[in-house]
Design a protein around this ligand. Structure first.
Ligand code: GLN
Length: 195
């Protein structure tokens, strides 16, 4: 069975665990660096990226997470997790992990729309996927190897680059597990390729 780790330092951890169990994966809540060895793919959940970054540094996750990415093990960043993956952040001189070739802007949907839902069409996943946006970031620009998977209006809200998947919204907050299933498939394909 495919084992999906959820980085469990802060944020929407339980909800992701439930979503991935429903999507047919075995789930590990990753609280210690050593646990990265026992998983096939990792989810960086939504929450608060600056808090998550502080905890990543505090618990020594920075280099191990970069090594995980360098091994081409799949990573899925949702909302704050997307911010952690991005190579470029609007208004910041340094990225966090900086492993995915995208430019991301934090809290970019404005005050009056701090939280909203929208029906999205997600390439390779399906139609009418309800995206829950909570103080969400969006992807401002993508590099040439990045495939845009979903837009909301004129903004990019989901993208994939090889083993990296990222979205602005919280897919784990609805009962629709199609995006979790998509990530499980990415992980299964990548595990076969590396055998
Ligand atoms: N605004 C948050 C941040 O910058 C992300 C919000 C979320 O993950 N729901 O980290």
């Amino acid at each position: 069975m495919t084992t999906i780790g959820i980085l469990a330092l802060q944020g929407a951890v339980r909800e992701h665990a439930k979503a991935f169990e429903r999507a047919g994966a075995e789930v590990v809540l990753v609280k210690k660096v050593e646990q990265l060895e026992s998983i096939d793919g990792l989810v960086l959940p939504g929450g608060e990226s600056t808090t998550m970054r502080r905890l990543i540094d505090k618990y020594g996750f920075m280099e191990p997470l970069k090594a995980f990415a360098a091994q081409k093990k799949p990573m899925f960043g949702t909302c704050a997790g997307l911010i952690l993956l991005a190579s470029d952040l609007v208004g910041y001189s340094e990225p966090h992990l900086g492993v995915m070739d995208i430019k991301v802007e934090r809290n970019s949907f404005g005050r009056q729309r701090e939280s909203f839902e929208a029906a999205l069409s997600i390439k390779g996943v399906g139609e009418d996927f309800i995206g829950v946006f909570i103080r969400a970031p969006h992807i401002v620009e993508v590099g040439q190897d990045v495939e845009v998977l979903a837009m909301h209006g004129d903004r990019i809200v989901a993208a994939q680059q090889g083993s990296f998947l990222g979205c602005s919204f919280h897919p784990e907050l609805t009962d629709d597990y199609r995006l979790a299933q998509h990530f499980v498939q990415m992980v299964e394909t990548s595990s076969k390729e590396t055998v």
